[in-house]
Design a binder for this molecule. Structure first.
Ligand SMILES: *Cc1c(COP(=O)(O)O)cnc(C)c1O
Length: 434
């Protein structure tokens, strides 16, 4: 029954000699679920194949970018055509305008956009604009939201009376962490308190309008609206980090879904369709502060890379209302299937789902913020994950990540996944004596 993965195991051993922890991004190492990671050979549609020749239904989907599945034929063809013209010029191309125009058209709050290489670059650059135009140093972020790995975001709430943040990673200076204040997701009172205490020193509030990095946590209906009003009242810029939700939940992202207009928006993942692209944009008067039209410096050797642009253009061109309707229906079915599998096997589980992203949390209580998310039974998730992997399904190797669907997943794949989930949960129930 156990799927064998000797080649992956060997490669992981080899990798650890050369790469810290054997990987180039921490969650890939299976640290929180145990075992050694799959080394991937190839992937098509919703199926991914490891170096041992095992195939899995993929729900990681490169952590979100692949809304049309792995290696769509047309995209591969487009990339092959583009690469013949050259791989990088360090000079403007028509493709950058083409992608920029699509972003502007789909996300109305974005009047101008700067293309970068990652979500991390997008968020750190957006905050720089906010500091520049407000002349203030502090920002508010929310516990459990992730905005890439720049120093200012690797911060958690300080204890007790202090509202100032403390570093979550060695190497982040206390001076940097002090300028990051931590709010509680879905709790506007926590933000009002911070604003009162630091009234004239907050440049921006940055938020994932649909949280995806503590597992999927949707915003309460009034939360984003209240944030918008609070920012306007206090002359604070509202930054939506839509690196996951952008183009994932709708063409206009979460801001379109909830009809809230942020001042600045950060994009990533889907915008590059599997190639490295990030973007930040917003009101023209803000974006015009960016060099060379303004004084806020930000640059990139490979920014606007032609291959990445071609992938982004193709990916955005395939988005449609029908596609989102389809993805939403698949997401709803998978969530319902997981809930009923948990119920049948007597396992406490909450499934949070928004469109094509979802997370099954192993807990009996509703998950609305970081505290309730981290109350989940992570050992149960780890065992469930291994059970799924052994049955040919590849969920994210962490309780606190989103599962992603693509248009390449079919109803049959969903039904099969639910069937496997029921088996894995039953095994888990017997093993853990839940
Ligand atoms: C993935 C992610 C980032 C960082 O993007 P990278 O491309 O990994 O640098 C930032 N914000 C959110 C919400 C993300 O999910």
């Amino acid at each position: 029954m156990r799927i064998k993965r000797p080649k992956s195991r060997k490669l992981f051993e080899r990798a650890q000699i050369t790469l810290p922890g054997g990987v180039n991004s921490p969650v890939r190492a299976f640290g929180s679920v145990g075992g050694s990671p799959l080394f991937i050979q190839r992937a098509h549609g919703c199926r991914i194949e490891d170096v041992d020749g095992n195939r899995y239904i993929d729900y990681v989907m490169s952590w979100g970018p692949l809304i049309h599945g792995h290696t769509p034929k047309e995209l591969t063809r487009t990339l092959a055509q583009t690469v013949r013209q050259g791989t990088s010029f360090g000079a403007p191309t028509r493709l950058e305008i083409e992608l920029g125009q699509r972003v502007r058209k789909m996300v109305p709050s974005i009047e101008r956009v700067r293309l970068v290489n990652s979500g991390t670059e997008a968020t750190m650059s957006a905050v720089r604009i906010a500091r520049a135009v407000t002349g203030r140093d502090k920002i508010i972020k929310f516990a459990g939201c992730y905005h890439g790995h720049s120093d200012q975001f690797l911060v958690q709430a300080g204890s007790g009376a202090t509202t100032l943040g403390i570093p979550t990673s060695p190497g982040v200076s206390r001076a940097t962490a002090k300028n990051t204040l931590i709010g509680k997701y879905n709790d506007i009172t926590s933000v009002e308190r911070l604003c009162k205490r630091h009234s004239k020193s907050i440049a921006a509030i940055i938020v994932e309008p649909i949280a995806g990095n503590m597992g999927v946590v949707p915003p309460r209906p009034e939360f984003l609206e209240s944030l918008r009003a609070l920012c306007t009242r206090n002359k604070i810029l509202l930054i939506f980090d839509e690196v996951i939700s952008g183009f994932r939940v709708a063409k206009a992202g979460a801001q379109g879904t909830f009809n809230i207009k942020p001042d600045l928006t950060c994009l990533g993942k889907v915008i590059g369709g599997g190639l490295p692209v990030g973007a930040y944009g917003g009101r023209a008067d803000l974006m015009d502060q960016v060099a060379p039209s303004g004084a806020v410096y930000q640059a990139g050797t490979l920014s606007g890379n032609p291959l990445a642009m071609a992938a982004g253009i193709w990916t955005l061109d395939q988005l449609s209302t029908d596609l989102y309707r389809h993805l939403n229906s698949l997401g709803t079915k998978l969530a319902a299937g997981l809930r009923s599998a948990a119920k049948k096997t007597n396992i406490a589980m909450q499934v949070n789902q928004v469109g094509s992203m979802l997370t099954p949390f192993f807990t009996a209580n509703e998950v609305t913020d970081y505290e309730s998310a981290t109350a989940s039974h992570t050992d149960a998730y780890a065992a469930f994950f291994q059970g799924m992997l052994d049955r040919g399904v590849y969920p994210p190797p962490s309780q606190f990540e989103a599962w992603f669907l693509s248009s390449a997943h079919t109803e049959r794949d969903i039904a099969q996944t639910v069937q496997k989930a029921e088996e894995a949960l039953k095994e888990l129930h017997d093993k853990m004596k839940l």
